[in-house]
Structure formats: structure tokens, C-alpha cells
Design a protein around this ligand. Structure first.
Ligand SMILES: *Cc1c(COP(=O)(O)O)cnc(C)c1O
Length: 229
């Protein structure tokens, strides 16, 4: 895949889509069953507009404030736009998250469930929701710990019904991601959840082989971003 800096966002998007299709076909899957979430965090509006011009409609952002500054103004001209919030979410940001997001991928604790339920009542809208599972049980990471995941998923299903669409994970950086993808898939099967958000720039093809329905790809599309704080 060509991810060199000299190529444009449109060219890199095309390369990612081509790799996604090949990975789906190699796994005996329908390429249309996997969607690309273009992760535009830390990248300017101009980059988002270039991706939109290349027919990319679904975007991911980590921070509510950054997403709120970039995306709502684009909706009037791009009705197909979909915004996914993929970062750890503070309860005091729940209301704005519910207001601007089409999907929140990072439900991971009961206090956040309460905050999102209250915000949904107040705003009169409820985005689609995913539970983030900390499949590596890394203490510094967001996501519900593995051993609490089943109970937490049931809580979210009781609270949100079919708006709880599936699961998301970010495997530990230094490990083979495949067992993490497999664990997430089996948890989703257990709970009858259709959406599996897994795979990033480095491993989206492996994630597709393991059943991903959403891949979240940032640097392979938009190039490198400033180091995370
Ligand atoms: C930044 C980020 C991504 C994209 O990572 P890349 O390696 O740049 O593709 C995906 N998911 C989450 C949750 C992220 O924070």
C-alpha cells in the first residue's frame, strides 16, 4: 500500500479502500460489509474536505471539542456525513457528544451510560453506541475490563436497546492483535451484536480477516499527526 507523503489524501484513501476490498475478498466476505472510518483527529478541516471530495463520508475524532469545531458546519453541504467519536469520553462532555455524534464508540463505564442516557433525554436524540472493551486489560487504557465486559454489555443493552450496536477495541501496541480481534468477535456473537469496530492503519487487513465491520484508519489516509499528549 502506498502511504508515502508525496501522495494525496485521495490517493491514500484509494489505496486503503483497495486493500480493504482485497482483505474482505480473501476472507470470503462481502467488501460492502466493511466500512471505513477515516480518523481525522489533529488534522485540519482542509484535510477533511479533501477526503469528503474523494467520497469519504464517515469520520472519526477522539476529542469532542475538536469534533464540534470541525464537523457540524459541514453537515449542511454534506448530508451523508457521519461522525464517530472514538476517544475516551468524560461524563461532562456527554451532552455535546450526544448532540454532534452519529456513533459513540467508547462506552466503558456505568457513569458514562447514565450521562449519555440523560443527555439523550435532554437532546431528544441518541447516537448509535459501541462498548469499548479493554481486551488487553491495560491499566492506562480506556475500555471496560475484560472480566466486567459481559455484565456491562447487558447493562447497555437494557438501557439503550438496539442503539447498542456492537463492540470496539484497541489491542495493546506491542502484541499480535489477532487474539484480541477474535475475543471481541466472540463477545459480539455472545450478545448478538452486529458491529465490530477493530483495526487501524497497521492492522486493518488482519481485523477484516477476523470479522471487522468498521475499521478506523488515520495515518494511512491523512499522514502522520503530532505525537499524542
Ligand atoms: C488515532 C486512532 C485511530 C487511528 O490510528 P492510526 O494508527 O493512525 O490509523 C483509530 N482508533 C482510535 C481509537 C484512535 O484513537
Amino acid at each position: 500500500m502506498d502511504t508515502s507523503l508525496s501522495s494525496s489524501i485521495a490517493e491514500r484513501l484509494h489505496a486503503v479502500r483497495t486493500s480493504m476490498q482485497a482483505a474482505a475478498l480473501a476472507a470470503g466476505r462481502d467488501p460492502a460489509s466493511v466500512s471505513l472510518v477515516a480518523v481525522s483527529k489533529f488534522h485540519p478541516l482542509q484535510s477533511v474536505q479533501e477526503a469528503l471530495a474523494a467520497n469519504q463520508c464517515v469520520f472519526g475524532e477522539n476529542r469532542v471539542q475538536e469534533a464540534a469545531a470541525k464537523f457540524p458546519p459541514l453537515r449542511a453541504t454534506h448530508p451523508a456525513l457521519r461522525l464517530h467519536l472514538i476517544g475516551g469520553l468524560q461524563t461532562n462532555k456527554a451532552r455535546e457528544a450526544v448532540r454532534i455524534a452519529d456513533m459513540i464508540e467508547s462506552l466503558d463505564r456505568p457513569a458514562l451510560v447514565d450521562a449519555i442516557a440523560r443527555a439523550a433525554d435532554a437532546e431528544g436524540r441518541l447516537p448509535d453506541l459501541l462498548v469499548e472493551v479493554n481486551t488487553g486489560d491495560e491499566p492506562q487504557k480506556f475500555g471496560v475490563p475484560k472480566e466486567q465486559a459481559d455484565a456491562f454489555i447487558r447493562l447497555c443493552q437494557q438501557r439503550f436497546g438496539a442503539s447498542l450496536r456492537g463492540l470496539m477495541c484497541i489491542p495493546p501496541a506491542e502484541q499480535n492483535p489477532v487474539p484480541h480481534f477474535q475475543l471481541l468477535r466472540s463477545m459480539a456473537q455472545t450478545h448478538g451484536l452486529p458491529v465490530l469496530s477493530m483495526g487501524m492503519s497497521a492492522d486493518f487487513e488482519q481485523a477484516i480477516a477476523q470479522g471487522a465491520t468498521l475499521v478506523r484508519v488515520g495515518s494511512a489516509i491523512f499522514g502522520p499527526r503530532p505525537a499524542l499528549a
